[in-house]
Ligand binder design. Structure first.
Ligand code: ZN
Length: 493
């Protein structure tokens, strides 16, 4: 107790105390891996080192994992925590992430928030590296939003499970441009990053795009309808220097490709958990990936067959269709031109040189400045996911064989089959997610990644450009200047 008094500071006449208690609740991912109480405790202990003023008074740990998200009766420790909060016995709570407390907005609003607000309890959230002060209405509101999101999004927990011990939380911070659909909050006093949250307006558009595309709506009809409704394009929304005046089909496909909307960070092809909320579920995301894989969305499917760097990759800024390669009237000068409507054209050599140089520099900067933290266990994870998929498929085959041989009943099949298929599907999706931009890994490992990119096969260059960059040809003036008339965006940050 004397220690508690030592740690009591007086600010504005009111004592500030740091009586801290972590609340742990185990969570389970779809493969049954647990983010156990011990894992969470480990993270708490790390934080305690960083915040020596915390006075650890107690811990609360529930082991309920599954369907009882909404049932508090299986969470005796949660009830004890609420009672202690209501009694004013705690100043601070530590959570691994907001949804550990509860995913049920009603429980939160009725039982938890009043107690937190009455005593101005501070909640430290490990995965956000953020302290929410419930004495501050704005903080309380922010936290409520996070609970609401975890309730709404039915966010699948598998990727959150990997957060914590082995993943450096700091590296989960967003970087680069703010992705369309999100806003970033910075501390007004020191400009430090606080959080990246869903933007109420544009996140709705993102979700609409995903849902329509997953339902089989084409990229162009979606783009056209957004343009017609006067929805600002991502570059307009961002206030970019060069702004697209309309939504393009490529804008749509670039959005549905981005794992950022799963709350994940794609660092030059290496996916890791980010510390921002997901806007879409894995299920919806994977449905979109399956749509993308369909032939009608795969007109650039054979990059190695192409002879030119940017044909069918660079988009026409006028109509959004992709450019083709051709010759100028002199029959000598190679050009890229909009073959759909003839909006824009530009000389090929200058355009290719500019794009190669820019992208090479981009990759070099990315590798040298941000370290390109190529996850060392990536190939292990891919192999594991492949094996999981194969095993589930095999079990499914056996199940069907047994059924045909009348060894098991239809009821058994009906009970077991959906789970097996889901498991296979999830594992296959993970393989795709982990392995998509493999060529970039090789380039990044090179001593001079920029030079390596310029040296690799045209097909590989095209694949990287297509997967990772959005390149648009804008209306050239009288003189074509690639720096002014071509925009290159990294679409996966
Ligand atoms: Zn055009």
């Amino acid at each position: 107790m004397s220690r508690a008094r030592d740690l009591t500071r007086v600010v504005g006449g009111r004592p500030v105390r740091h009586r801290m208690a972590p609340y742990y609740r185990v969570s389970q991912d779809r493969y049954g891996k647990l983010k156990s109480v011990n894992d969470q405790r480990y993270d708490y202990e790390l934080d305690r080192v960083a915040f020596p003023e915390w006075e650890h008074v107690d811990e609360y740990a529930d082991n309920s994992i599954s369907a009882s998200e909404y049932a508090t009766k299986d969470r005796p420790e949660f009830l004890r925590l609420i009672a202690d909060l209501a009694a004013g016995n705690l100043d601070m709570i530590w959570l691994w992430e907001p949804s550990r407390l509860t995913r049920d907005m009603r429980t939160f609003t009725n039982d938890v928030r009043p107690a937190l607000m009455e005593f101005g309890v501070r909640v430290y959230v490990h995965n956000y590296e953020r302290l929410f002060n419930f004495g501050n209405r704005r903080h309380a509101g922010d936290f409520s939003k996070l609970i609401l999101e975890s309730e709404n999004a039915s966010v699948d927990t598998s990727d959150r499970v990997n957060r914590g011990v082995q993943s450096d939380v700091r590296s989960g911070k967003p970087h680069g441009k703010v992705p369309y659909g999100y806003v970033r909050h910075y501390d007004p006093r020191n400009g430090e990053f606080i959080s990246q949250d869903a933007d109420p307006e544009t996140s709705r558009i993102v979700i609409e795009i995903f849902e329509r595309f997953a339902a089989g709506d084409g990229r162009r009809p979606i783009a056209t309808s957004l343009t017609n409704r006067g929805i600002p394009t991502p570059s307009q929304n961002r206030g970019a220097k060069k702004q697209a005046e309309q939504w393009y089909p490529t804008t749509i496909s670039n959005i549905v490709k981005r794992v950022v909307y799963l709350g994940q960070r794609d660092h030059y092809g290496v996916v890791s958990p980010g510390n921002w909320p997901a806007l879409v579920t894995h299920e919806l995301f994977e449905r979109c990936q399956r749509q993308l894989a369909k032939p009608e969305n795969q007109k650039f499917a054979r990059p190695s067959a192409a002879k030119h760097l940017l044909s069918n990759i660079m988009a026409c800024g006028g109509c959004g269709s992709s450019v083709s390669a051709g010759l100028r009237q002199d029959k000598v000068t190679k050009m890229y031109y909009c073959s759909a409507k003839g909006c824009h054209r530009c000389p090929m050599v200058e355009a290719d040189e500019f794009v190669l140089m820019e992208v090479a520099n981009y990759i070099r900067r990315a590798v040298t400045e941000t370290g390109f933290d190529l996850a060392p266990d990536l190939s292990v994870r891919i192999t594991a996911a492949r094996e999981r998929a194969a095993k589930a498929r095999e079990e499914h085959r056996e199940l069907i064989a047994d059924y045909k041989a009348k060894a098991i009943s239809r009821a058994v099949v009906k009970e077991v089959e959906p789970g097996l298929l889901q498991e296979a599907k999830d594992a296959e999706a993970e393989v795709i997610r982990l392995s998509v931009p493999a060529p970039l890994h090789k380039i990044a490992e090179d001593a001079d990644p920029g030079a390596k990119f310029r040296a690799v096969d045209l097909g590989v260059q095209r694949q990287i450009l297509k997967e990772l960059f959005s390149i648009v040809l804008h209306r050239p003036g009288r003189h074509f200047d690639p720096e002014l008339h071509i925009t290159i965006e990294y679409v996966k940050s």
